[in-house]
Design a protein around this ligand. Structure first.
Ligand code: GSH
Length: 220
């Protein structure tokens, strides 16, 4: 990773890893909003997240990170999206009024905790390349294979619940595309990659997946 020199006018920088699901949540968000931010690729396989200078930016040693013009570093995908949503108000993805904002936050949180984190639990507790790396962060944590099994069961339970939800409305949080759809899309793709594919019989979830995957932002 090359940390860009601070010369001339300062600009935001997005610390990304093109193959990782968490920064993809922000990439899709940026694409939906039509915002382009200079991007720095962090090589997670090579362990760049653990070295200086990245650790100075984010002691949690994770991507994504958004570095603001004044040097402030924001990590956590949803916190970055919140900042972008407030700063670039066009094409709102996190709601327009108190009710909408709360409903979207509720669904986004459910998708993150019960979906995305469950897929991460399934994947990180089994992947041979992540031995001793069951959790992100600077200190090593051993894998527990029972947690991989539990993560898989949690993902399948989550998919079934979302299938019921999506039988009632076109998008996760209601009538419009939102950050909750982004978290679910990244979860479905990540889970499939981690060998927990969406079951074929969940027709509402599949209908939603085909529609959302066809958006240009899904390529981000
Ligand atoms: N809660 C964080 C999670 C970020 C995260 O887990 N990022 C992964 C990539 S998907 C990472 O940086 N992993 C570094 C590692 O495995 O050491 C967020 O939402 O941004």
């Amino acid at each position: 990773m090359m940390v860009p020199e601070r010369e001339g006018p300062l600009t935001m920088k997005f610390y990304d890893c093109a193959t990782a699901p968490s920064p993809r949540r922000v990439r899709i968000f940026l694409t939906e909003k039509g915002i382009e931010v200079p991007t720095v690729q962090v090589d997670l396989r090579a362990g760049e997240q653990f070295g200086e200078p990245f650790r100075r930016l984010n002691p949690w040693c994770t991507v994504p990170v958004l570095e603001l013009d004044d040097g402030t570093a924001i990590s956590e995908a949803v916190a970055i999206c919140r900042y972008l949503e407030e700063r670039f108000a066009d094409s709102p993805l996190m709601g327009r009024d108190p009710r909408e904002k709360a409903i979207i936050a509720m669904w986004e949180h459910r998708c993150e905790v019960d979906g995305f984190l469950a897929a991460q639990e399934a994947f990180r507790n089994r992947a041979p390349g992540l031995k001793g790396r069951a959790l992100t962060g600077a200190t090593d944590v051993e894998q527990i294979s029972a947690l991989a099994d539990r993560g898989r069961a949690r993902v399948l339970r989550f998919f079934a619940m979302l299938d019921e939800r999506l039988a009632d409305c076109p998008f996760v949080s209601g009538e419009a595309f939102s950050i909750a759809d982004i978290t679910l899309l990244v979860t479905v793709d990540f889970a499939a990659w981690a060998k927990v594919p969406m079951p074929g019989e969940l027709s509402s979830l599949r209908r939603w997946y085909e529609m959302v995957s066809a958006r240009p932002s899904a390529k981000a």
